[in-house]
Design a protein around this ligand. Structure first.
Ligand SMILES: [Cu+2]
Length: 114
């Protein structure tokens, strides 16, 4: 059965794309959920000025420059809830500019009907 070509095979080889939009002084969405061991492609955009995205435990440290899409590929290897912050000073509310990246165990995701 493993030899049967699946119409989904090609799609599964392509990482899921997760878009995050930064603007003063928030990220949208405020929370994303990833699955441990699943590679995703983050597409980061800014609607106004240069922001940053910094999540030390996930090895993310990048600038988000307006006018272009910053892509990074990520395979989280440890489940947990991670605080992501803007680490590029963007104005008065910069210190409160945060989002959450949740990494779930694969089993939890499957149970949820993925
Ligand atoms: Cu900032």
């Amino acid at each position: 059965m493993l030899a049967v070509a699946s119409p989904w095979a090609a799609a599964q080889d392509e990482p899921r794309v997760v878009v995050i939009t930064a603007r003063r002084f928030e990220f949208s969405p405020r929370e994303i959920t990833l699955v441990k061991g699943e590679t995703v492609r983050l597409q980061l955009k800014s609607e106004d000025v240069t922001h940053g995205l910094f999540v030390r435990p996930l090895g993310i440290d990048t600038d988000i420059v307006p006018g272009r899409v910053t892509e990074l590929t990520l395979t989280p290897l440890k489940a947990g809830s991670y605080r992501a912050i803007c680490d590029h000073f963007c104005g008065a509310g910069h210190g409160g500019m945060k989002m959450t990246i949740v990494v779930e165990e694969p089993a939890a995701s499957a149970a949820a009907g993925k």
